[in-house]
Design a protein around this ligand. Structure first.
Ligand code: 5GP
Length: 176
């Protein structure tokens, strides 16, 4: 099996779009402080790049979730592997996701974060695959809406590889 990566979004396109989203957030939040909650591990590159373009005082938080049981069949049940380390009560939270696919992770995290009584909660995803949606959720800020394909790069992995690519690519698995 050979792995080939077709470039879908270049480094330049990522930088331009992330600047645009940061401008929207800057407009929406003005001088209010923000807490960015990054979903590990895929959201890391996105968080560090967008954070540098935000003009507010920004706090970083990280959360890690995974599906129970067999990873090839999504059960829809999620578990928290790494919880938030500080209270988000009364804070303006922006949840940063790498990609919204079925929407299960995002809808689970919305409920989890709402229970912690933030002042406001916005959802921001770099990539959105609406054709794959099972749960009806929509992010407030969306980087790119893409077709149904398996994506790697810029934080996203295949078997923990390719996270360090500076661009977004479609992974093709070819039988040799
Ligand atoms: P959802 O819960 O929306 O189905 O999936 C969200 C998570 O599934 C993402 O945070 C990501 O970890 C993973 N995922 C969904 N689609 C892709 C993809 O195309 N490529 C990679 N690498 N991960 C994906």
């Amino acid at each position: 099996m050979s792995e080939k990566i077709e470039v879908l979004i270049t480094e330049e396109q990522l930088d331009k779009r992330i600047s645009e989203i940061a401008e929207e957030i800057n407009r929406d939040f003005g001088s209010e402080d923000i807490t960015l909650v990054c979903v590990l591990k895929g959201g890391v590159m996105f968080m560090t790049d967008i954070a540098k373009k935000l003009k507010q005082k920004v706090e970083f938080e990280f959360i890690d979730v995974s599906s129970y049981g067999n990873s090839t069949v999504s059960s829809g049940k999620l578990t928290i592997n790494k919880a938030l380390e500080t209270s988000i009560e009364g804070k303006n939270v922006i949840l940063l996701e790498d990609i919204v696919d079925t929407g299960r992770t995002l809808s689970y995290l919305i409920e989890y974060l709402k229970e912690k009584n933030p002042n406001s909660l916005k959802l921001c995803t770099l990539l959105d695959k609406p054709s794959r949606r099972v749960v009806d959720v929509k992010a407030d800020y969306i980087g790119f809406t893409i077709q149904d394909a398996f994506i790697v790069g810029y934080g996203l992995d295949y078997a923990q590889k390719y996270r360090n690519l500076p661009y977004i690519g479609i992974l093709h698995l070819d039988e040799e």
